[in-house]
Design a protein around this ligand. Sequence first.
Ligand code: HEC
Ligand code: HEC
Ligand code: HEC
Length: 356
Amino acid sequence: MTTPMKITGLLATLIILAIIPVYSFLEPSQQESQLENYYTNAVLTSTDLYAENCVVCHGAVGEGIGDTPSLNSEAVQMMSENDLAKVIARGRDNTFMAAWAAEEGGIFSNSQIEDFVIFIQQANWDYVGARVAELGLIPPEVIEMEVSEEMLSSLASLEGGETLTAGLQTYAENCAACHGANGSGTTIAPAIDSADLRAMPKEEIIALVNNGVNGTLMASWQNILSSEEINATVDLIYRWQDLIATGVDFPEVEVMSIPASPELIADGQQLFNIACKSCHGVDGYGSPMAPALNNQLFLEETPDAAIYQIIAGGVSGTMMPAWGNRLNDYDLQSLVAFLRSMAPSAPAILPPILGE
Ligand code: HEC
Ligand code: HEC
Ligand code: HEC
C-alpha cells in the first residue's frame, strides 16, 4: 500500500519540479509585461497632459519653441530620472519653467511627475505630435519681433554705436511691450525717455533694473539678462534724446484696432484653451499656477491696451510668459476680446484659487 503513496509522492514531486521551471520562467515575463504596461500607461497619460500643458513652450514634437529648450534631444533623454523629476516638480528659478508639483504650487501629483519622467525618456515624438494635432492643441507659429537693419545701422554710426544697438535689441525684446515702442511709456509702465531718469546716477538705474520694483510689474532682471545687456539698455536710456535726433524709427508694438466680433471672441477662446488654460484655469477662473482673469476687479481696472501689453510682454520674473514673439496681433487681439467678453458675467470678487 506504500507504492501508490510513493507514486503519488513522486508524481507530486515531478509535478512540482515541472511547474517550478514554468513558474520561474513565467514570473519574470509577467513582471516584464506588467512593467511594460506600466510604462505604456505612463507614456499614454503623460502624452495628453503634455499636449495640454507643455506644448506651448516645448513644441508639439518636443522641438522647443523660441528660447525654450527641446525635450526630444538625446541630452534630455539621458538626464537622470532624479534630475528630470526635479526640474519638472520644482521648475527652474528665474526662467519660465514653472514648478509643476502640487507641493510646489503646481498641478501634478508626484506620481504624475514620475510618469512625465518615463514619458520624456521613452516618448515616440511622432506619436506625440499626432496626438497633439488630434486634440487640436498645436501651438501657434512663432513670430519674432525684430528691430530693422536700417534702425541698427543708423544707431551703429553714433558714438558708442555697438553698445547702443545691443541696448536697443535688448530693449525691443524685453522692455518695449511695457515701456512703449518709443520709450514714452504705456498704460502699465512709466516712460523710459524721461529727464528725471536721466538725472539719476547710472548705478542707481542699473540697481533698479537688476532688482526690479517689488510689488509692481517691473521684475528683477539680473538673472534673466547679462550685466552687459542691462548696462547697454541703461546706456540707451541716457542716449534716448540722441537717438531721436538721428531720426531713428523706433520699434513699433503695433496695436491695430479690430472690432470685437463673435468670430474674434471664438478664436480668442480657442487660443486661450490652448495657450492659457493650463495656468489660468478653465474659463479663466484661475488655478494654483496663475491668478483668475475672469473677475470684475481685474477686468474693470485693466483697459484693453494694458491687457494686450501684459499678454504680449509677459510678467518677467513670474511664470507669465511673453507671448508677443509667438502670437501675432490678431491672436493677441482675440485673447483680449475673449477676456473682455467675460466681463458681464464675471464674479465680482476674486474667486478662491483652487488648491490654496
Ligand atoms: C511657459 C513655458 C514652459 C512650459 C509651459 C513648460 N516648460 Fe519646461 N522649460 C521651459 C524653459 C524656459 C526651460 C529651460 C529652463 C532653463 O533655462 O534652465 C524648461 C526646461 C524643461 C526641462 C529641462 C530641460 C533641460 O534641457 O534641462 C524639462 C524636462 C521640462 N522643461 C519639462 C516640461 C514639462 C514636462 C512641461 C509640462 C508639464 C513643461 N516643461 C512646461 C519652459 C516651459
Ligand atoms: C511687464 C512690464 C515691464 C517690463 C517688461 C519692464 N518694465 Fe520697467 N517698469 C515697469 C513698471 C510698472 C515700472 C514702474 C515701477 C514703479 O511703480 O516704481 C517700471 C519702472 C522702470 C524703471 C524706473 C522708471 C522710473 O521712472 O522710475 C526703469 C529704469 C525700468 N523700468 C527699466 C526697464 C528695463 C530696462 C526693462 C527691460 C529690461 C523693463 N523696465 C521692463 C514695467 C515693466
Ligand atoms: C506658465 C503659466 C502661465 C501661462 C501659460 C499663462 N499665464 Fe498669464 N499669468 C501667469 C502668472 C503666474 C501671472 C501672475 C503674474 C504676477 O505675479 O503678476 C499671470 C498674469 C496674467 C495677466 C495679468 C493678470 C493680473 O491680474 O494682472 C494676464 C492678463 C494674463 N496672465 C494673461 C494670459 C494669457 C492671455 C495667456 C495665454 C496666452 C496666459 N496668461 C498664459 C501665468 C501664466
